[in-house]
Ligand binder design. Structure first.
Ligand code: HEM
Length: 204
């Protein structure tokens, strides 16, 4: 039986799938990776919806500020979680696919996941710059305020706002692509990709 625990991520990815006992477990993301994925998926999707909705409300009104405070709290939570998730991902690696994907599909998945991680950092960082340099509130669910590491600077705030807008919409687009890719695996390919991210009992 080939070793899984203790092997490097690259070695695990290179194992031929017929060399691995078919117990299933090692082909799935582990509990911590699934926990990161689904918790952050909820935080990110809710933060996106609140940010988009609040942007249509008149500036200076109380519902807009309250929704944006939750949006910022979720965004800062994501910003704290991403380095932890990336560190864990770096150490544990990606589980091998039970039935190998074609080179092109695997490359597409790699690039897509890389882009999602990049945007999970770029979107809250640009939002932080926008808020901190603009002198806006930086609350965390009403419990405390994040430190303002930037002096007030109108030009920097406008720059942060522009970047936040563009990377935010790029994130929405890449996320839609991610969901479309998952739907393609589930409904067209009917392969095991979705089950890799589900708790064991719910595997298809
Ligand atoms: C809510 C609907 C979602 C579904 C059904 C879903 C499904 C999946 C599945 C099945 C995988 C495994 C892909 C594979 O093994 O090749 C995956 C990976 C991933 N998903 Fe999602 N996802 C969702 C939302 C999100 C959101 C909101 C994000 C936020 C950015 C996200 C980020 C990622 C990342 C970064 C990976 C790669 C994990 C890694 O290899 O480290 N997903 N997703």
């Amino acid at each position: 039986m080939p070793m899984i625990a203790g092997m490097s991520a690259a070695d695990r990815q290179n194992i031929r799938h017929d060399e691995i006992p078919d117990s299933g477990r090692q082909f799935n993301y582990d509990g911590a990776q699934r926990g990161f994925h689904w918790t952050m998926a909820v935080f990110i999707i809710v933060a996106m919806m609140l940010g988009i909705y609040a942007s249509f409300l008149p500036p200076g009104t109380s519902p807009r500020k309250e929704l944006l405070d939750i949006h910022k709290s979720l965004g800062m939570t994501v910003l704290v979680l991403v380095p932890l998730r990336l560190a864990y991902r770096f150490v544990v690696g990606e589980p091998p696919y039970h039935a190998a994907l074609s080179r092109l599909v695997h490359l597409g998945a790699r690039l897509g996941h890389f882009g999602l991680y990049g945007l999970m950092l770029a979107v809250p960082i640009s939002g932080y710059i926008y808020s901190a340099a603009g002198g806006y509130s930086l609350p965390w669910f009403g419990l405390f305020s994040w430190p303002r590491l930037l002096a007030r600077n109108e030009a920097l705030a406008r720059f942060g706002e522009d970047i936040h807008f563009w990377v935010g919409w790029s994130f929405v687009a890449l996320l839609c692509t991610h969901l479309a890719a998952v739907a393609w695996h589930v409904f067209a390919k009917r392969d095991e990709v979705m089950s890799r991210m589900l708790p064991r009992k719910q595997r298809r």
